[in-house]
Write a protein that binds this ligand. Sequence first.
Ligand code: IPM
Ligand code: MN
Length: 337
Amino acid sequence: MTHRIAVIGGDGIGPEVTSVALEAIAAAGADVSPTEFDLGGQRYLRDGTVLDDQTLTELRTFDAILLGAVGTPDVPPGIIERGLLLKARFELDLYVNLRPFQLADGHSFTVIRENTEGAYAGEGGFLRKGTPQEIATQGSVNTRMGAERAIRYAFELAQARTRRHLTLVHKTNVLTFAGDLWQRTFDEVAVEYPEVTTAYQHVDAACIHFVEDPHRFEVIVTDNLFGDILTDLGGAVAGGIGLAASANLNPDRTGPSLFEPVHGSAPDIAGKGLANPTAAVLSASLMLDFLGDAECAQRMRAACDAVIADDAVPQAGTDEIAAAILARVTQPHMTRQ
Ligand code: IPM
Ligand code: MN
């Protein structure tokens, strides 16, 4: 069955890395039909479009969305982020942001970031803007349903892993309302997963452990903002942000899920052939896995792992890394069924 994929290359290095991801998908032999969508900061500058309702309706008809990166320095912060990426996450109910990390010694751990609420919800506003008495509030929205569905997903994932170990990361000692809701929900769901051992860490302490002792983690569940920050740190400790992949999942499959590298549009290196396409290829691999093509997903992941393990390649530019990945992903004598 052909998987219909919407591709949003976006801005900066985004299109450079999604094009490599599409080549890798084809080389792996996956049955994918891509449709490109011209969205992002450049499109906004041209005609004011961010993500209109008609395009959103169209996106809903696809099996998945592959996104490179969006955002450009010429557009004020928030317009593209909120109007495109966060709108897609919220409207498509992509409530799990799954971000796996693999260390050089082979240890891997996965962060499950709640993806629709918290400080990202957009609650708040200004009072007396522009006066010396100006007030800005930006609340963190935490619903029982929102916390519970992310936590349940994390327990299910931990249950299927070797160590069956799940860590809740929050800041319950200071965020006593949101933290209490998250901790209580976590403890209540934990009762249903007696085989999963659990731990709790404050987010600041978790930052130390990410750097000094990441082996203690297998699956982590956390809120939207903590997860955003922790996963950049995860990328940094696991070989650099050029390798970090992510899946924005609608686990109920009421619409397409969205797959994207953790990195941004990196305008400073755009067009120079310097972007590492590995994170985009790994994100496409997560996509194929979610669509049920475990074989092609595994082929792409194995190719990336081999390239990452090859000391010569990380210094290389986009084309060399792409060629190295494609050479390893291509299986000429494999017959398709
Ligand atoms: C990420 C990014 C986004 C986020 C931005 C671009 C809105 O940093 O996917 O981690 O904050 O979630
Ligand atoms: Mn981020």
